[in-house]
Design a protein around this ligand. Structure first.
Ligand code: 9MR
Length: 383
């Protein structure tokens, strides 16, 4: 309510300010550049950080300037994943990751690390035994025990090397990513990745314990996933986290990726999820926010725009308004809100939009457009 009232007052002031110049609000349609408007991270200072996922090539030029102005936290979109950092056993490559770490340090930004463990973007060598056979094919219990030991040793080495290098620079670690799968055949909704098939849930436990051992004591450790708001995934994740906490596993927060859509999931579901994890004593972070235009009625899920009509941006703005109203209201339970990109010219959702529609179509999930001008969504969340 207060937020709406504030908006009305701001709108009235804007109109009054324009009157003497003879410019009406409607005529003032010049796009405003992200570098000319008030900083998002300053707006939400005191509630939570505002972050962006980036590739190292986005740190220079206009994108670098936008990052410095609007974001006070940063995360690698790809270059810190296992396949990038340790493509071959024992051969670590930190060149690209270092660029992001240095940018964060130079600009006094918080740093999220994404991600130490995942079933995707992980090189296959992790899961081959000493003879080069896929570990998951072993049937002999003795070999299975040896495989488990070898995989957990590799996991510890991977984590130790990274955390010793970046331990005093990273504020939040995505320790494990996407370990829940509601379609799994087990009754706990545990993703049946190679990690799981070979070690059960021990890989999760060992990962958290190893990070805790080497990380800065102020750094926080997260379990990160998508669709954390919706059932049954929310409950599967909750039960796993509760069980691991009872075993003393040092989980400190839940990363809610938040790859969401204009009409899904509901704000109520999000609120329930944040509260459930907060009640376990955990922090919440929004780690990969983007608001897709697609996948919600009345438009069919698999039809995408080549030219996005203006009213879609207005609908998206209303969604952003409701989202940030929720985040701000639960500010003491949410320490960070990270967008999975900077502006609409670079988003994984464009690939998805094209896949949906025979190579045609774009998405536009952020508050800055493809030319780095602000969108209606920006005005809704800056007020
Ligand atoms: O945005 C990332 C894209 O560039 C990669 O090709 C893709 C590979 O799977 O990963 C994307 O990021 C994902 C993130 O690491 C985990 N959550 C889902 C994200 C979007 O797919």
């Amino acid at each position: 309510m207060q937020r709406k009232l504030r908006k009305l007052i701001i709108a009235a002031i804007v109109i009054l300010l324009m009157l003497p110049t003879g410019i009406s609000a409607e005529e003032n349609t010049e796009p405003e550049h992200a570098l000319d408007v008030h900083s998002l991270s300053e707006r939400y200072e005191g509630s939570f950080d505002i972050g962006a996922a980036v590739e190292p090539a986005q740190l220079d030029g206009v994108q670098g300037e936008i990052l410095k102005r609007h974001y006070n936290s940063i995360v690698a979109e790809n270059v810190m994943k296992p396949i990038n950092i340790q493509p071959e056993e024992g051969k670590f490559d930190f060149e690209e990751a270092d660029k992001i770490v240095e940018f964060a340090e130079e600009n006094n930004m918080d740093l999220r690390f994404h991600t130490l463990v995942w079933h995707s973007q992980v090189p296959e060598w992790f899961f081959l035994d000493e003879k080069g056979n896929p570990m998951v094919e072993a049937t002999d219990p003795n070999q299975q025990r040896k495989n488990k030991k070898l995989l957990l040793t590799r996991l510890k080495k991977h984590i130790k090397k990274i955390v010793k290098r970046y331990g005093d620079k990273v504020d939040s670690w995505d320790v494990v990513n996407e370990v829940i799968d509601p379609n799994a055949s087990n009754d706990r909704g545990l993703r049946e990745s190679q990690w799981y098939q070979i070690t059960g849930t021990d890989y999760i436990k060992v990962a958290f314990e190893t990070v805790r051992k080497y990380a800065d004591e102020d750094a926080k450790l997260y379990i990160n996933d998508y669709n954390t708001e919706v059932e049954p995934k929310r409950t599967y994740l909750y039960n796993l986290v509760k069980d691991l906490l009872a075993q003393g596993v040092p989980i400190e927060g839940v990363g809610h990726q938040s790859h969401i859509q204009i009409g899904w999931p509901s704000i109520d579901d999000m609120e329930t999820s944040f509260n459930m994890f907060a009640e376990l004593g955990l922090d919440n972070q929004i780690t990969e926010l983007d608001v897709s235009l697609y996948g919600w009625p009345p438009r069919p899920a698999y039809e995408t725009y080549e030219d996005i009509p203006q009213e879609e941006f207005e609908r998206q703005a209303e969604r952003y308004d409701a989202l940030f109203e929720l985040y701000e209201r639960l500010g003491d339970k949410i320490s960070s809100v990270t967008f999975w990109g900077i502006a609409d010219n670079h988003t994984w959702l464009n690939d998805r939009a094209k896949d949906y529609n025979d190579g045609v179509g774009v998405d536009a999930p952020f508050v800055f457009d493809t030319d780095y001008n602000v969108k209606p969504a920006y005005w809704e969340i800056i007020d």
